[in-house]
Design a binder for this molecule. Structure first.
Ligand SMILES: NC(=O)C1=CN([C@@H]2O[C@H](COP(=O)(O)OP(=O)(O)OC[C@H]3O[C@@H](n4cnc5c(N)ncnc54)[C@H](OP(=O)(O)O)[C@@H]3O)[C@@H](O)[C@H]2O)[C@@H](O)CC1
Ligand SMILES: [K+]
Length: 527
């Protein structure tokens, strides 16, 4: 498991250490050592390093690392992007034979690696002045593919260490050497700018023992335990029955994709509730699904998957059923909006209801609550205004967590990095899948996979312990629903990886991805 903490949390942990009367600067020396050892991996025929050093301690780390490399015979140049540097670090650098440049060199061909040490945990907002100009020029060179490898010191400069907000220009790093612990941006979509993460704990990460992480990431082996697997005496009703309220005559594709994804994820049965025409198409496409035109309340299911491609005008009542019923539910697309209005008027959803918005849909969801239930909003959010889509994208961990706490639901916020917040406040991050997955239909596929896992989980709870509280009452393990959502995202990504099995990247149309879900589930279960 990776645990990530905000830059402010790390600073608060460091503070008593560095302000102790007998502190001798050992943390920075350890940081510099970790950075210089990492840089050595890039040296070979080219034995020259360019440091971009800011005026704070982030720059000082790099100057000390540069001093150590220079002592070992590497040519090290430093550009002081703000025109100054921490004095004793600069002295050590110059004494070791490092050179300070007056401006960006004409050619970067001789450098093996560029070190981005302009800003670390002390940054506020985007780069300013000359630092911004330097990074802008280098970013243009990087976009042309002509920049040497970039190693970021602590985190790439221009990314907010608390939220992961990205203030362009930011140099894309091949590697980030980070100190004490992973910072929050490593578990948000900003991670795509950080490259490989190397954590140097500087010997004080124990101080974080009592501190709750801002977000965590599990490996598959840590997640797989929450998924039930069929036993010899199981039958279709004990394996989980999923009810689906997805698609519409305008968007039949959403129904076809989500239903096939659900069937391929292995529940006991998928009941699809649609119109005559939609049901006919489902039967042709996925004969395993059991179609019906009954009202959702007449059907016995363990979980619902609702909203993908559904028309909220015609299916309002059906969607409301999935939202209000005691059964667990994935609430996607149209169901997120209906859920927003319902939460604003009525009550708390419960962690067994999993909302799956992207940032724009979460904006709408939160606006309904702020407008219709101003009192609850004020109680939980104080002065905070309802966020725009851009605010949510800039502070995704914060807003996913707030939405879960406000609504009582589990919230799966889609993005390059998916974040899943439990109403307990815990946030799980799932590493990005292939960027080729960002196409229409991907959300429908995920909705089907997650619905099927939920139905299986609910059925297993019924089997395991018939004395357990009925669905809808307080669940024994609030956070299990967030873990199950994380499993669904992983299975989705693994299915796309099967399409890419030859090793080459290329399109992964959802109708191909759904076919590979059985193999992805098997791979996941074997982890
Ligand atoms: N504490 C420790 O002992 C340890 C710390 N360690 C290292 O120190 C780093 C934190 O160092 P730090 O606190 O000096 O902050 P840092 O990130 O270098 O930047 C602050 C400077 O930048 C400036 N500045 C701010 N925003 C800006 C902007 N947008 N654009 C331009 N400039 C901006 C700001 O100036 P000001 O705004 O105040 O004028 C200030 O001068 C941490 O990430 C890790 O690498 C490790 O060695 C382990 C031990
Ligand atoms: K940096």
């Amino acid at each position: 498991m990776i645990s990530a903490y905000s830059g402010s949390t790390i600073r608060a942990i460091e503070e008593p250490v560095v302000s102790a009367p007998d502190y001798d600067g050992y943390l920075m020396q350890r940081a510099a050592l970790a950075l210089s050892s990492s840089l050595e991996n890039y040296l070979g025929a080219k034995n020259k390093v360019l440091l971009l050093a800011g005026k704070g301690n982030n720059g000082a780390d790099a100057l000390f690392a540069g001093a150590s490399l220079a002592q070992g015979g590497t040519a090290v140049d430093a550009l002081l992007t703000e025109g100054s540097a921490v004095e004793h670090a600069l002295d050590a650098f110059l004494e070791a034979g490092g050179e300070v440049l007056a401006g960006l060199p004409e050619s970067l061909d001789d450098y093996a690696v560029v070190v981005d040490a302009i800003l670390g945990t002390g940054s506020r907002g985007g780069l300013r002045n000359t630092s911004q100009q330097v990074v802008q020029s280098l970013r243009e060179i990087q976009l042309r593919g002509e920049l040497p490898a970039v190693v970021a010191c602590d985190l790439p400069s221009g990314i907010d260490a608390d939220s992961g907000e990205v203030f362009e220009p930011v140099l894309r790093a091949q590697r980030t050497v980070t100190f004490i612990a992973a910072k929050t941006p490593f578990l948000t979509s900003a991670e795509t700018l950080c490259g490989e993460m190397v954590v140097a704990d500087l010997g004080i990460s124990d101080l974080l023992r009592e501190t709750t992480a801002d977000a965590v990431r599990y490996c598959d082996a840590e997640l797989v335990g929450c998924l039930p697997q069929p036993g010899a005496f199981d039958h279709k009703y004990t394996r989980g029955v999923l009810g689906m309220i997805c698609g519409s005559e305008e968007y039949p594709g959403a129904a076809l994709m989500s239903t096939q994804a659900a069937v391929h994820t292995g529940p006991g049965m998928v009941r699809f509730v649609g119109t005559d025409r939609l049901n006919y198409q489902i039967q042709l496409n996925t004969p395993e699904a059991v179609c019906s035109q009954q009202k959702p309340e007449e059907l016995h299911v363990q979980a619902w998957a609702a909203g993908s491609g559904a028309n909220p005008e015609y299916r309002q009542q059906d969607l409301l059923h999935a939202i209000q019923a005691k059964e667990a539910a994935v609430l996607d697309a149209a169901a997120v909006e209906v859920a927003g209005r319902w939460v604003a008027m009525e009550a708390i959803l419960g962690s067994h209801k999993i909302l799956t918005p992207h940032a724009g849909e979460l904006e709408g969801f939160l606006q309904w609550i702020q407008v219709l239930d101003a009192q609850r909003w004020e109680e939980k959010m104080g002065e905070e205004k309802a966020p725009s889509r851009a605010d949510i994208e800039a502070h995704p961990v914060f807003w996913a967590r707030r939405a879960a706490v406000l609504s009582g639901a589990t919230v799966l916020l889609k993005g390059a990095t998916t974040l899943i917040a439990s109403p307990s406040g815990k946030v799980i991050s799932v590493a990005p899948g292939t960027p080729w997955l960002a196409t229409a239909g991907s959300g429908d596929t995920l909705c089907g996979i997650l619905g099927a896992l939920l139905a299986q989980y609910e059925a297993s709870l019924e089997q395991e312990n018939s004395t357990m509280p009925a669905s809808g009452e307080e669940k024994p393990e609030l956070e299990n629903y967030a873990r199950i959502a994380a499993c669904a995202v992983r299975i989705h990504h693994l299915a796309a990886d099967v399409v890419h099995q030859g090793g080459l990247q290329g399109p992964v149309p959802p109708s191909q991805v759904v076919r590979h879900i059985p193999q992805a589930v098997a791979t996941f279960l074997a982890s």
